[in-house]
Structures are given as structure tokens and as C-alpha cells.
Design a protein around this ligand. Structure first.
Ligand SMILES: [Zn+2]
Length: 352
């Protein structure tokens, strides 16, 4: 493992002790046919005001998930550092190669950044970003938010996505943050759901973290973007770096200071996915957010070249609600058609 100082040295143009707005980059190095030892700069901004907590905001962890990228670019341009108590570290295009390509992961190394932590300072570009995040940025943060959407392949019910645990005290603080962000759903997964994820690393580092899943289909949904903007400013007020209700320039409005109490908590377990047994054309039989019972039809897959073969039917294997819906019609064996989430009676059910 590279020492921490080496990781910090690769964050260029940012003095973490200074106030005001600074724009810099993570220095990612790569040498292949396209990048002959060139630096691949990952943009980073530091917005720092008076003394207070440090918040880490990331988007573009997957390159084809867009609401968070748009929102964080807007925040860098419009938020007055003088209105901040503490620091906000912002990386709107975290996996910059995937962002350039408009894909979930970059074709340069094919690695999934949200599976790559703690990373490797001597690895490929994605592993280097993961290393700087794990050893350089997360240790600076008191709170972290990583803004995902469903990506090109999926659409999600608008959700905060959160890891259960790791302790009762931390879980209670996550629930308060979930309600401050205020999406219709909160998808809860088991503690350390994916150990190489940013959420997993944050739990290990003792950094309070929530994530999101906002729509998808590789596009920006205007309503979801507006809701996420309100949620983001409410969250920043909730963690204490902004005042609630502070109007922002550039058309963005501050949080309304109200915490949402009607979040529907659902659990996405290991058996949530309904997967295609063979390739073909997926015809959904359900809508996103629809309640289903075990045995209900969720979709069909039509065979493209066998005219006498009936479409395969796919049925829910559990009671729940449709939390994700496959977007591209063409599916392959193993493609996830829907994920079925199970409603939770109360967040405290997942305490340990
Ligand atoms: Zn994602």
C-alpha cells in the first residue's frame, strides 16, 4: 500500500488548509497505446468557509449516471464558500474516463470503481482513483455522499441507498441523513454489502455515508434532478455545513429545511433479482414501484428467430415492489430484468 502522504501528493492544486474555492485534479497516470505515461486529471473542487465539518460529495463513480454529475458541477459554480461552515470536497466526474466514454466503467481498464476500494496506487486508472479516495479523501471527511443513478441499463425507483449498520449509533445517524435527503424510497442493504464500494470503505473509515439511486436510463430526469437538488441542500444543512433555506445563485435554491418522514424503507436482498434464463427481447409486465406478489408475471422474453416458440414468462419469486426495471429491450442470459425489494416496517428492524 502506498503511504498516505503519497496519496495526498497526487491531489494537485488543492490546499486543504486554505479557505475559499479551489479547483484542482487528482493526478492519475497511465501508460498504454492511448495514454503514453500521460496524466489523466480527475477534477476536484474544494469549497471551504469557516471552521466546521468536512463533507465529501462524489458523482460519476459510474460514468453513465448523470443527475449527480450535473448537480455537483452546478454546486461548484454557484455555492459561495463564505456561506459554508467547514469544507465541501466535490468530485463530479470521479471515474473521469468512464464519464468521457459515457459508460458505467472505462474501457481502458474495465474496472468498476465502486468495487475497487481500497485501490492500488500502482494499478490501473480506476484502482488509482480508488486508492486516493480510500487513503487520501475519505480520511478527511466527516460525511460522504456518492450520487448514483440507475445507469444506461436500469431504472431505479428514486432512492437513497444505504448500508445497514455498522453500529446502532451510526445507523441512527444514517437514518436521519436519509430523511434529510428525502427521496420516496430508501433501499437498505446488508452491512458491508460490497466491501470494495465507497460505502463499504466509508463504514470501515468511520465516515457517515449515504448514496443514492435516482432514475437511470443514461439520461437526466428533470424532476429527479430538482428533487435531488432540494435533497442535497437539505442534507448539507442537516450535517451542519450550510444554513437551511439559504438561496443559492444561478437558479438553485437552498434546502427547505424540512426532513422527510414518509420515506418508504425497503430491503434489497441477495434474492431480489429476476434474471433472464435466455437471451431475447424483454417485454416488461410491470411498472417501476409496482407492488407484486410471489407468482405474479413481471415480464416475458421473446425469442427472435424461433417463430413457433412461445415467449418465456418471468414471475416474481417473492412479495415486494419493483425497485429496478431493465431498460434496454435486448437481453442476454443472466441479464437482470427486475429487482424486487421487500418493504421494511421500520428502519430499526436492521439494527444490530
Ligand atoms: Zn452507479
Amino acid at each position: 500500500m502506498a503511504p498516505l502522504t503519497h496519496t495526498i501528493e497526487r491531489i494537485r492544486g488543492i490546499d486543504f488548509a486554505a479557505r475559499g474555492k479551489q479547483l484542482g485534479h487528482l493526478s492519475i497516470e497511465h501508460s498504454n497505446n492511448e495514454f503514453d505515461g500521460a496524466v489523466i486529471p480527475v477534477p476536484i473542487a474544494l469549497l471551504a468557509g469557516s471552521d466546521g465539518p468536512t463533507v465529501l460529495l462524489t458523482a460519476g463513480t459510474h460514468g453513465d449516471e448523470y443527475e449527480g454529475q450535473v448537480l455537483l458541477h452546478e454546486l461548484i459554480r454557484t455555492l459561495d464558500p463564505g456561506s459554508i461552515r467547514g469544507r465541501i470536497i466535490v468530485l463530479p466526474s470521479l471515474n473521469v474516463l468512464a464519464v468521457r466514454e459515457g459508460t458505467r466503467v472505462s474501457k481502458v481498464d474495465g474496472a468498476n470503481l465502486n468495487r475497487a476500494l481500497p485501490g492500488n496506487a500502482a494499478g490501473g486508472p480506476t484502482e488509482q482513483i480508488a486508492r486516493i479516495l480510500d487513503a487520501g479523501l475519505l480520511p478527511l471527511a466527516d460525511f460522504a455522499l456518492d450520487i448514483h443513478s440507475g445507469g444506461s441499463v436500469n431504472e431505479y425507483v428514486p432512492s437513497v441507498f444505504v448500508y445497514a449498520g455498522p453500529t446502532r449509533e451510526v445507523w441512527d445517524r444514517k437514518v436521519a441523513a436519509v430523511e434529510a435527503f428525502g427521496q420516496p424510497y430508501c433501499v437498505v442493504v446488508e452491512p458491508n454489502y460490497v466491501s470494495g464500494s465507497i460505502s463499504g470503505a466509508a463504514d470501515r473509515a468511520g465516515v457517515l455515508m449515504i448514496s443514492t439511486e435516482l432514475g437511470g436510463r443514461g439520461t437526466v430526469n428533470r424532476r429527479l434532478l430538482a428533487d435531488a437538488r432540494t435533497g442535497l441542500y437539505n442534507l448539507l444543512a442537516h450535517v451542519g455545513v450550510l444554513d437551511g433555506g439559504t438561496p443559492q445563485s444561478g437558479g438553485a435554491t437552498g434546502g427547505d429545511g424540512r426532513h422527510r418522514k414518509d420515506v418508504a424503507y425497503v430491503q434489497l436482498g441477495a434474492g431480489a433479482a429476476v434474471m433472464a434464463r435466455a437471451g431475447g427481447l424483454f417485454e416488461p409486465a410491470v411498472d417501476l414501484g409496482q407492488r407484486v406478489g410471489a407468482g405474479d408475471l413481471v415480464g416475458r422474453v421473446h425469442f427472435t428467430e424461433e417463430l413457433d416458440r412461445p415467449a418465456s414468462e418471468y414471475r416474481a419469486h417473492i412479495d415486494g415492489l419493483i425497485a429496478t426495471l431493465r431498460h434496454p429491450t435486448l437481453v442476454q442470459t443472466g441479464s437482470t430484468l427486475v429487482n424486487i425489494a421487500v418493504p421494511l416496517a421500520a428502519p430499526s428492524r436492521l439494527d444490530n
